[in-house]
Design a protein around this ligand. Sequence first.
Ligand code: FMN
Length: 131
Amino acid sequence: MRQLLYISSSTLPGNMADIEEILEESQRHNAADGITGLLWSDGTHFLQVLEGEHDHVGATMGRILSDHRHSAIVVLRDEAVAAREFGEWSMVHRRADAPADAYDAQMRRLLENASEPVRERFLNLIATGER
Ligand SMILES: Cc1cc2nc3c(=O)[nH]c(=O)nc-3n(C[C@H](O)[C@H](O)[C@H](O)COP(=O)(O)O)c2cc1C
């Protein structure tokens, strides 16, 4: 099982229609390809974990890399893992004006089974907005 984690900067104006389109495409492809993971966005950055069979993760990442809806894509981690840490596909999008509490709780729940380095990256980014 391959696990890949990257961060990128959004080039989108930040409206929900764009995010919903990404979500719809991702759900469709990922279900067919056995890809699970998590896509997080605060409207400025994306942070995504992809998990699945080695070549499926590679093909998915190949498409994502050439997508102009984001830039400055940096792979933070690309490793073999014994088992999936994110059992399903989910996406968390925090609107700038949404209250933090419910959203933070949801992220913590989704990160429950994630390895320490992955969890730390997410929680750091959420807390500070920093890479
Ligand atoms: C931040 C971000 C995350 C994405 N995540 C996925 C993903 O997990 N799986 C996927 O298939 N496409 C994802 N996409 C979309 C792909 O880049 C690509 O547009 C899509 O797979 C093409 O789908 P289509 O061939 O059906 O048009 C993502 C795009 C962005 C900008």
